[in-house]
Ligand binder design. Structure first.
Ligand code: ATR
Length: 270
């Protein structure tokens, strides 16, 4: 598609943005659907100025990444209901200067999970209580899962569990918690490049009937995922969540079905 004066611009704001795969995913999708749109990453020094800039330049929408997913809420005109509950925005739509914030991280995670398993009434053990855990925690509760949160800093697990309405504990509760889990979700960076030799879950605790979801996508096969595969567990890696959160954002912006397979192909190739 030729870039011209009608081209709609979608922007990623965050810092750093250098390693983001979102430009790759969305530009491939825009091209596939022959939409006159382009997606660019902006290393952003200040969230408020970035939002004013989006309005001023009539940027059509975009994504928000670390460290602005929470802060940006204060500068938007409207927040979609679930994003408001989660307290974080990763997607913005600009309708005639009215900026609305959405959260598609939880949509991506839940879609990735639901591809492999139901969630309702399942015992779900989630490791971590940071931003990603908030999005997934609310999503899982919304779908009727029985959630337990374990976190290194247990008061943070307590805080998030209080908001979501679920059980919690410190990482010392790992053994008993894994024992009754149907689904195990890692939202911490343990296992992420360059820390690829580590996993928070001792491999001997994994049994083949647990479904293991690691939100890390670099590497796509973390130690946790490899250990789980060896035990014969069904596994889900972070690339799925990445692609599905992008697909959900794309659909909000364009109203068109996202070319998910293509989006997946470009991230796997990258
Ligand atoms: P994100 O937005 O990616 O979720 P975050 O909000 O910084 O990132 O949250 C990171 C989560 O991973 C936190 O729950 C953190 O635990 P603490 O609350 O104790 O900081 C957890 N985490 C990070 N490094 C960890 C490590 N080495 N071992 C265990 N948990 C870790």
């Amino acid at each position: 598609m030729e870039i011209n004066s009608e081209t709609k611009i979608y922007a990623l704001i965050g810092n750093p943005v250098k390693y983001s795969l979102s430009p790759l995913i969305h530009n491939a999708a825009f091209e596939e659907l022959e939409l006159n749109c382009v997606y660019l990453a902006f290393k952003t020094k200040n969230a408020e100025d970035a939002i004013n800039g989006m309005k001023c330049l009539n940027i059509a929408g975009g994504n928000v990444t670390v460290p602005y997913k929470v802060e940006v809420i204060g500068y938007l005109d409207e927040i979609e209901q679930t994003a408001e509950k989660i307290g974080a925005v990763n997607t913005i739509v600009n309708k005639k200067g009215h900026l609305k914030g959405h959260n598609t991280d939880w949509i991506g995670a839940i879609r990735a999970l639901e591809e492999k398993t139901g969630i309702k009434n399942k015992n779900i053990l989630m490791l971590g209580a940071g931003g990603t855990a908030r999005a997934i925690g609310f999503g899982v509760k919304e779908k009727g899962g029985n959630l337990t949160i374990l976190n290194r800093t247990s008061h943070k697990a307590k805080e998030l569990a209080g908001e979501v309405g679920c059980s919690y504990g410190g990482l010392d509760k790992m053994e008993e918690s894994v024992d009754y889990a149907d689904i195990l979700i890692n939202t911490t960076p343990v296992g992420m490049y360059p820390d690829t030799k580590n996993s928070l879950v001792p491999e001997e605790l994994l049994k083949e009937d647990i479904i293991v979801f690691d939100v890390i996508y670099n590497p796509p096969k973390t130690k946790l995922i490899k250990d789980a595969e060896e035990k014969g567990c069904k596994t889900i890696n972070g690339l799925k969540m990445l692609v599905y959160q992008g697909a959900a954002a794309f659909e909000i912006w364009t109203g068109k079905k996202a070319p998910v397979e293509l989006m997946e192909k470009v991230v796997v190739r990258s």
